[in-house]
Ligand binder design. Structure first.
Ligand code: SAM
Length: 333
């Protein structure tokens, strides 16, 4: 062991001197001095051993403290790692959620933009077409009490004129209408004009069912047209649960010649009008006509696609700017 400090070097020199003097005392027969020297040397060695033991204990304590600190550090790092992992997963989920939200909003905005552009592009000729259709419609109901408004939530004048034409050409015995209102009144007038036609309208909203019933009464059409309150219920279509009119309200209607699909409103759920044909197709007479309003909207386009694909319906022609005519050409799939 190297003697690092002057104090240690002086102590070592002192011990060496004491060993030499003790040796000399022993050799020269001074036994007393030799024993005294030996005693001092033994005391010194005992002191050294005690000091060593003390240092060992201090070192052991320091080691234990150090081990405890290292253990704590390791567990803190592990905790931090875990926290980071959790936080990271949360951030990724948040990021994915935000991206999906932005995508949905962008698609909705694009849809609204398309719709607005579509409507704007028709503004220059559409009002004129509607006036023209009304000019042809009104003489058919001369003397009628005030008629409910056309367009907006109700069928346009163009669609009503087209529908009148379908009733005249097809001479249906039974007309079922999904979604009542102005169109029920016009269908009633068309039924009266043609003769032998019965109109049954389904209405999910009790207040509008009453309103349409009152309108039919005011126009004296209750003998040819009726509205039935049919709340929306869960129905199964292609393995999916959807909401549609309670078809139990049509139990007595076994054969349909003309089906007008203008409800339930879009606000009641996605593909709101899709169930009409799958649920009524068994009652659609071969050759029966189906009129679908709002045919340009994505949900209605999807319904039309599925009806053509699986329900034996064929798209025949446009009825007006918004509605189309389909015909049942084959038995249901
Ligand atoms: C697209 S609208 C069509 C109603 C009907 N086919 C027509 O053309 O008058 C569908 C739903 O609007 C609701 N409705 C009826 N009369 C309404 C009115 N005056 N204002 C707002 N909504 C009405 C009814 O619940 C109806 O089933």
């Amino acid at each position: 062991m190297a003697l690092a400090t002057p104090r240690q070097r002086a102590l070592a020199a002192l011990v060496a001197l004491l060993v030499v003097l003790t040796g000399l005392a022993a050799l020269t027969g001074r036994t007393g001095w030799a024993l005294a020297g030996l005693a001092v040397l033994l005391g010194y060695v005992a002191g050294l051993l005690l000091d060593l033991r003390h240092r060992q204990q201090v070192a052991a304590r320091s080691q234990r403290r150090l081990e405890g600190t290292v253990e704590q550090a390791v567990s803190s790092v592990a905790g931090l790692h875990h926290l980071l992992e959790q936080h990271g997963a949360g951030l990724t989920a948040l990021d994915d959620g935000l991206r999906a939200l932005v995508r949905e909003e962008a698609e909705a905005a694009a849809g609204r933009h398309r719709e607005t552009t579509h409507r704007l592009s028709r503004l220059d000729y559409e009002p004129v077409n509607e006036v023209q259709a009304l000019l042809q419609l009104l003489p058919k109901v001369q003397g009628a009490v005030p008629l409910p408004p056309v367009g907006g939530w109700a069928l346009s004048a163009g669609s009503l004129l087209g529908l009148w034409d379908v009733v005249e050409r097809e001479r249906p015995r039974t007309v079922v209408e999904c979604g009542s209102g102005t169109s029920t009144v016009w269908l009633g007038y068309a039924a009266r004009a043609v003769g032998g036609v019965r109109v049954v309208a389904l209405e999910h909203n009790a207040a509008y069912a009453e309103r349409t019933h009152a309108l039919l009464g005011e126009h004296g059409l209750l003998d040819v047209a009726e509205v039935r309150h049919a709340p929306l219920v869960d129905v199964e279509v292609d393995g999916a649960t959807m909401r549609w009119y309670d078809a139990g309200r049509l139990e007595d209607v076994s054969s349909i010649d003309l089906l007008v699909v203008d409800g339930p409103p879009k606000s009641t759920g996605p593909l709101a009008r899709l169930p009409a044909v799958p649920l009524l197709r068994e009652r659609l007479r071969p050759g029966a006509v189906v009129v679908m309003d709002d045919a340009h909207r994505p949900d209605e386009r999807e319904a039309l696609r599925r009806w053509s694909l699986s329900d034996g319906l064929e798209l025949e022609r446009p009825l007006s700017r918004d509605a189309v005519v389909l015909r049942r050409t084959s038995p249901s799939a």
